[in-house]
Design a protein around this ligand. Structure first.
Ligand SMILES: Nc1ncnc2c1ncn2[C@@H]1O[C@H](COP(=O)(O)OP(=O)(O)OP(=O)(O)O)[C@@H](O)[C@H]1O
Length: 451
């Protein structure tokens, strides 16, 4: 944890710092409330150990300000003369614990253990809330396809080891989902699972997202921050679309994997990293490393355990079970009495190549459940019954300027054609006059494959 000690007694600050640093925490100290509040503005802390009497200052007032301005930071009060009214008031103002001075290292350890448990619970609640909000069908990785079964088996067998894992496969095949399932089966399942999306607006922003930065490291770096390597401490760092990781950052990731060390942007203090890395990509990284577009040493370091998530068109045995699972989920979600698929719908589903894979199928069924008029989904309810489901990936589009189509449909078609007529995504982004990260997001939203 990152801890700020606020006490006017230098000996207490020093002794507590030493004990906390020895336990692996990052510690800063402040001798007044004003210094503490400034530190909290400049850096991120998980916990503040705050003295009740700071010379003339009242620790309870500082506690109130901290809770108001930094509601995610936990505060433990400590004091030499604890009284019940003080303890009650501190609790009312949001302190999570009270330590009476002088406290032993064991008492300090116990207090930190309680905070760690509290933080884990808070994180779980947050994750579950996000999951519920996302309203996703349950993430079971069930498949009848032998290739997919083998991949899942390899990945789950490696789940409980610290080895790096590389998951390959087209967009929408479930790489993120399985990465999370691996984490949930690992020994660090109670620790954070943190995702870094490698396509980014700039190299600096991505590097800072990963490793953090210090104030002034680049234009706009107004205060010290910690990156996701730190946020994932003890848990899993999931690097999505690793193929897009700029060549300049690749040696830093290699160092993180090999030496478990990194530095924040603009700082030369090496920090210890304790994360398990899972990476995913829809690129042929082996080919890319042979061509010098991705560092070969990094590829081999990531590729300790790897598996391919086959595209949906290559696992036809999964199509209808998945479609039925999504149907059930969305019917219950929207309170619709839709129970199955008509034979023409099954035919349309089977003849579509699903370039957007499971994501596309899920979206198609969600839409069909909303549109279905009877108790069955018909071909007519499937997206673009006259468009792409049933017409094949390269089906003629009705999206033409002036036609009765939405701006989104026009945009999708325009992007598709530009990508098809250019030799790289960078070139396509240039023609479209948008940056590569925006193009990446649009492709994902419109379920487009790499060119
Ligand atoms: N086996 C599955 N069961 C249920 N839903 C699935 C399955 N596989 C994928 N999905 C759903 O498909 C969607 C895409 O999955 P996911 O984000 O894991 O794919 P991805 O390969 O990481 O895609 P991208 O490369 O674009 O990030 C999600 O909504 C996910 O819930």
């Amino acid at each position: 944890m990152d801890i700020l000690i606020v006490d006017d007694e230098a000996s207490i600050r020093r002794a507590t710092s030493l004990a906390l640093e020895a336990a692996g925490h990052y510690v800063e100290s402040a001798e007044t409330g004003a210094v503490a509040l400034r530190s909290l503005k400049e850096s991120t802390f998980d916990l503040v150990l705050l003295d009740l009497y700071l010379g003339d200052e009242n620790g309870l007032q500082i506690l109130e300000t901290i809770r108001r301005e930094h509601p995610n930071v936990h505060v433990v009060m400590f004091t030499a003369n604890a009284t019940i009214p003080n303890a009650v008031e501190a609790t009312r103002l949001g302190a999570v614990d009270f330590l009476v001075k002088p406290f032993s290292p064991d008492q300090l350890r116990l207090a930190l253990k309680r905070i760690t448990t509290l933080r884990t619970l808070e994180r779980k609640v947050e994750e579950l809330t996000t999951e519920v909000r996302r309203q996703a069908p349950t993430a079971e990785i069930v498949s009848q396809n032998p290739l997919m079964k083998r991949s899942v088996d390899v990945l789950f067998r490696a789940a409980d080891t610290p080895s790096s894992i590389l998951i390959l496969g087209e967009s929408g095949t479930g790489k993120t989902m399985i990465a999370r399932a691996i984490h949930d089966r690992s020994a660090v399942r109670d620790k954070p699972f943190v995702t870094v999306s490698c396509p980014s607006l700039s190299r600096e922003l991505l590097e800072s997202d990963l490793f953090g930065h210090v104030k002034g490291a680049f234009t706009g770096a107004l205060k010290d921050t910690w990156g996701k390597v730190k946020a994932a401490d003890g848990g899993t760092l999931f690097l999505d679309e690793i193929g897009e990781l700029p060549l300049e950052i690749q040696p830093k990731l290699l160092r993180l994997l090999q030496e478990r060390e990194y530095e924040r942007l603009g700082e030369s203090t090496p920090r210890k990293a304790n994360v398990r890395v899972i990476a995913a990509t829809n690129r042929d990284l082996k080919q890319w490393s042979a061509e010098g577009r991705f560092r070969e040493d990094l590829f081999y370091r990531l590729n300790v355990i790897s598996a391919v998530m086959p595209p949906l068109r290559e696992r036809p045995e999964d199509l209808m079970p998945y479609a039925e699972k999504f149907l059930k989920f969305f019917a219950s979600e929207f309170g619709r009495k839709v129970r199955g698929f008509s034979s023409d719908a099954v035919k349309a589903l089977r003849s579509h190549p699903w370039p957007g894979n499971v994501r596309e199928l899920r979206n198609a069924i969600e839409r069909a459940v909303i549109l279905a008029e009877g108790d069955q989904i018909t071909a007519h309810d499937l997206p673009e019954a006259g468009g792409h489901v049933g017409a094949g990936a390269g089906g003629a589009s009705t999206a033409q300027v002036g036609a009765r189509v939405s701006i989104e449909e026009l945009e999708r078609e325009h992007i598709r054609r530009i990508i098809a007529s250019t030799s790289s995504l960078d070139e396509a982004a240039k023609v479209l006059d948008i940056d590569s990260a925006t193009l990446y997001r649009k492709r994902k939203r419109y379920q487009m494959d790499a060119p």
